[in-house]
Design a protein around this ligand. Structure first.
Ligand code: NDP
Length: 334
């Protein structure tokens, strides 16, 4: 059983140095446990947080396999809820095989015509994050303007499309011209801006792209990009606080946007949320999203790296912008 073991708490962005490759026998399931073979390993910015410190879940213990969200197949079961051959998703390990007590592991029911990879992204945790973060927390109304950061990533690419599908104007902020073109030409965003041209240019771009201001600012990034965006917030704008990826590799706590007074004066509401609170509402999402997937109105992309050995390098892509859509590592055959 090939595994990546976490051996130290990372400092800065050199987190690969904290992971060591190890091979061990495939474990035997104990009472109530299942043995799961990993097919896809989800690459998530929060992996970096779990390496470092306790957050909404504890930190990964040193000397243990790194944790990750997996999609896999049950190969042995001593748990009455699961049978060999079942496809499942939930928290697992950066390994070929892992044991689970079944808590936090859910069934994956294939949908005819839909590739299994859809369950790692649009119908997986990042799809739920985008759906409930935007609709429950952002509460966009038809005609409003929604701006999303990390727009060409797993969550962001869904947020913009969900905004459009409920009659909003969708504007994405992303890290390259190529990604911006993809958002507009393929996914139907109304506009997309490359933040790498700097704050002054982003300000000019937002002014042109959001002539009626911003009603929902879906926050994935934090830092100076938020500061620029706050300048365009409308009265009673909503800010679903989903992630702050620009901060996750920082060795020291980073200063926040300097213009928080705008939130006060314009009566804005910022609300943090964690997708774990929405896991039991997947069926609700599927009812609305299923038809959009079936008729092609909702598009999705999975960016696949091959082989468990690539996982630490793959995770790095999330921080350098090397991925488009949902990033996964394929560990085993479907
Ligand atoms: P993505 O697929 O969006 O990948 C991350 C993207 O972030 C990169 O592709 C990169 O794109 C962009 N990025 C990286 N560093 C910076 C930076 N310093 N400034 C601006 N952009 C940057 O990942 P996810 O969709 O999985 O996650 C997106 C956000 O959502 C993260 O903040 C994550 O923590 C959060 N999240 C929160 C959840 C919750 O429950 N609250 C659940 C899942 C995700 P680019 O080329 O555009 O720079």
């Amino acid at each position: 059983n090939r595994q990546w073991i976490l051996t130290a708490r990372p400092q800065g962005d050199a987190f690969e140095d904290c992971l060591v490759w190890r091979e061990a026998p495939v474990p035997e399931p104990g009472p109530d446990q299942v043995l799961v073979r990993t097919i896809y390993l989800s690459m998530d910015p929060s992996n970096r947080i779990w390496m470092q410190q306790a957050s909404y879940i504890p930190a990964v213990p040193l000397g243990e396999p790194m944790w990750g969200v997996i999609l896999g197949e049950v190969v042995e079961s001593r748990n009455s809820r699961f049978r060999p051959g079942d496809l499942v998703t939930g928290m697992g390990a950066w390994a070929d095989y892992c044991l689970s007590d079944g808590k936090g592991l859910g069934p994956v029911r294939r949908i005819p015509g839909l590739p299994l990879q859809a369950f790692t992204g649009v119908l997986g945790p990042t799809g739920l994050t985008a759906y409930f973060g935007l609709y429950d927390i952002g509460r966009p109304q038809p005609g409003e303007t929604v701006v999303v950061t990390a727009a060409a990533g797993a969550v962001g690419s869904m947020v913009g499309q969900f905004a459009r599908l409920r009659g909003c104007r969708a504007v994405g902020i992303c890290g390259s011209d190529e990604k911006a073109r993809w958002l507009v030409e393929e996914l139907g965003f109304d506009a997309a801006l490359n933040y790498r041209s700097g704050p002054a240019e982003l300000r000019r771009g937002l002014k042109a792209a959001c002539p009626s201001g911003i009603d929902v600012y879906f926050e994935n990034v934090g830092g100076w990009i938020s500061e620029v965006a706050y300048g365009f917030l409308n009265l009673r704008a909503r800010i679903p606080l989903c992630g702050l990826i620009s901060q996750y590799n920082a060795a020291e706590p980073q200063p926040g946007p300097r213009n928080m007074d705008i939130l006060l004066v314009r009566r804005c509401r910022m609300e943090g949320f964690i997708v774990l609170d929405y896991m039991d509402r997947a069926a609700e999402m599927l009812r609305e999203v299923g038809p959009w997937l079936a008729d092609g109105r909702l598009k999705w992309k999975v960016d696949v790296d091959q082989g468990l050995e690539t996982a630490p390098r793959s995770l790095h892509k999330l921080f350098s912008g090397g991925n488009t859509g949902k990033l996964v590592v394929q560990v085993g055959a479907e």
